[in-house]
Design a protein around this ligand. Structure first.
Ligand code: NA7
Length: 542
């Protein structure tokens, strides 16, 4: 549309998930003109796309939600301890309606690029099949786990059956009754999908590269009394979340796993196992910091796997040895290990015997074995954190694309901004707590900070903000030190390090210093006149 003047906005937001919806609400509150561009034909982000069987959140319902509006907290009632995908989607649909957000959301609108003005005071955003848009500020709310990672297997195009990635599951669902189904991947997604697919399919074959620890979720319906109690306690719940390491409303026990005698430690792990869920890792303060402490939890879970899985060879193949518990994102499950006791489920170790090719009839392994399949499910995860931003690939004022700036790995200041890319804000970007945190908590903190920053710029007559390269370098170094103070970077196959995507630079991407500490740093940066950022107004010196 060269001959049409582009529409102008104060801000363009990319993505209509938890982050984009709340960002729009805050921009409206500032009296700014804003539009959200979303490639899906509905809101929900991750929860729009991830419709695979068993899709459910690992954070608990009563706190996997917004906290910014107490009336919203009181009026919405969750039905289960952990929310299923359709329920989260219904919640986000409700939020979009309740805050009248839809009139500024353009669905089925794929952003194809963004180019900064030469003076760094604005952006031109291009979309598929439509005219460009202009804005002063660009906010990416594209998620951390939204760029699918499908293995590049020779022959996939010739597969005679159907194949799917869990993150773009067909919306009508997939009927696998009477079919031989293969699942590649045993991360959080595979571990949720495998028990459900096993019940539906004629036969299920699981192709496992890295065995995983998993804790029982102990999902259950929420009773009216439980919901009422949570709602009555929200002030307190939110206070604990804000001061926490991971944005969850529970505190990590301040004792060392090595302080307790064996029987007491065993008793505590048993209790945590029975209670279920991610808080198992909060049993002791040093589970993610000390090898010997971690080994006690890892060994406890290995014993549970051996106890549940009846066939000893299958059990041994399911026991993780290459990393410690929770040094990769820990899954939680409903009858995952029990599923391997079924006659119609086969486990294949593709670390020992890798997949060589897809053939029309199934998967061929290096040994020559062919596993015949009608349907193939890739639960193979995502090009995490950097993937969605590099797919957007904004171009800075000097013509440098983000993909060039990040060739050796990501650089950000606070995970919120990138030097060389003024007036760009990255919600839950690399080097922010994001995926180590209960996501709505991380998102609200980022969006609130960005809204505060925009208010400050306006109040002080500035229209340009850019991260200082020195502050960015220091933040990167602080991130490396924070990660190295934990066991997390030692899990060599972790997607936190980019290890799941061939050729991806090995950089530990989430901020491992803890959510509360991170939020305090962001608040301090703002209070200190946006330390580490260069702020300028039109005509003022940069
Ligand atoms: P994950 O956690 O990245 O898991 C992907 C799984 O797929 C994991 O077991 C991988 O093994 C496996 N994988 C990936 N590529 C291959 C190939 N080429 N061959 C065999 N196996 C492969 O993704 P999820 O979707 O489960 O979870 C992502 C996050 O979403 C989750 O942590 C929550 O935060 C929500 P690997 O371990 O790399 O050896």
């Amino acid at each position: 549309g060269q001959d049409v003047a582009p529409e102008e906005f104060d801000a363009v937001v990319v993505g209509a998930g938890f982050a984009g919806l709340y960002m729009l609400h805050r921009l409206r509150g500032l009296g700014m003109s804003a539009v959200v561009l979303e490639r899906a034909d509905g809101v929900g982000g991750t929860w729009y796309w991830n419709r695979y069987p068993g899709a459910r959140c690992d954070s608990e319902s009563y706190y996997y939600c917004y906290s910014f509006d107490s009336a919203l907290e009181q009026e919405w009632t969750w039905t289960e301890r952990y929310p299923r995908q359709p329920e989260i989607r219904a919640y986000l649909d409700h939020v979009a309606d309740r805050f009248d957000l839809r009139r500024d959301i353009r669905l089925s609108t794929t952003v194809t690029g963004a180019r900064a003005d030469a003076d760094g005071r604005g952006w031109t955003v291009s979309v598929e099949d439509g005219p460009d848009l202009r804005c002063r500020f660009l906010v990416t709310a594209v998620g951390c786990l939204s760029a699918a990672n499908v293995p590049d297997l020779p022959g996939l195009d010739d597969f005679a059956g159907r194949w799917f990635h869990t993150g773009s599951w067909p919306h009508g669902g997939v009927d696998v009754a009477g079919r031989r189904v293969g699942v590649v991947g045993t991360g959080s997604t595979g571990i949720q999908a495998i028990p459900v697919l096993a019940e539906q399919a004629a036969h299920l074959t699981v192709f496992q590269r890295t065995p995983n620890y998993s804790i029982p979720a102990r999902n259950a319906p929420l009773t009216e009394d439980e919901s009422r109690a949570y709602k009555a306690d929200y002030d307190h719940i939110r206070e604990i979340q804000a001061g926490s390491t991971n944005g969850h409303p529970f505190t990590i026990d301040d004792r060392s796993a090595l302080d307790d005698p064996d029987d007491e430690r065993e008793r505590r792990y048993r209790a945590a196992w029975e209670r279920g869920g991610l808080r198992f890792r909060a049993s002791y303060r040093d589970l993610l910091a000390d090898e010997a402490a971690n080994a006690t939890a890892s060994e406890f879970i290995r014993d549970r796997i051996r106890e549940v899985v009846e066939d000893p060879a299958t059990a041994e193949a399911l026991v993780p040895h290459d990393h410690g518990f929770a040094t990769k994102r820990p899954p939680i499950d409903t009858h995952y290990f029990e599923t391997y006791n079924r006659d119609d489920v086969t486990l294949v170790d593709v670390r020992a015997d890798p997949v060589e090719a897809v053939e029309p009839g199934g998967l061929r392994l290096r040994s020559g074995a062919l596993h015949e399949l009608d349907d193939l499910v890739f639960a193979t995860g995502f090009d995490a954190l950097t993937g969605p931003l590099l797919r957007l690939d904004p171009v800075g004022p000097d013509g440098t694309a983000l993909s060039d700036a990040w060739r050796a790995g990501p650089r950000t200041y606070l995970g919120l901004a990138v030097s060389g890319f003024p007036n760009l804000f990255t919600v839950t970007g690399p080097f922010s707590p994001s995926v180590l945190t209960n996501m709505p908590t991380a998102i609200e903190q980022h969006v609130d900070w960005i809204a505060g920053c925009l208010a400050h710029l306006r109040a002080t007559g500035r229209d340009r903000i850019e991260a200082d390269p020195v502050a960015e370098r220091d933040w990167g170094e602080h991130n490396r030190a924070a990660a190295d103070a934990t066991l997390l970077p030692r899990a060599a196959s972790s997607w936190y390090l980019g290890a799941n995507v061939p050729g991806k630079p090995s950089v530990f991407m989430p901020y491992a210093g803890g959510f509360a500490r991170y939020a305090a740093t962001c608040a301090d940066v703002a209070a200190d006149g946006y330390r580490g950022f260069r702020l300028s107004g039109r005509g003022a010196a940069a």
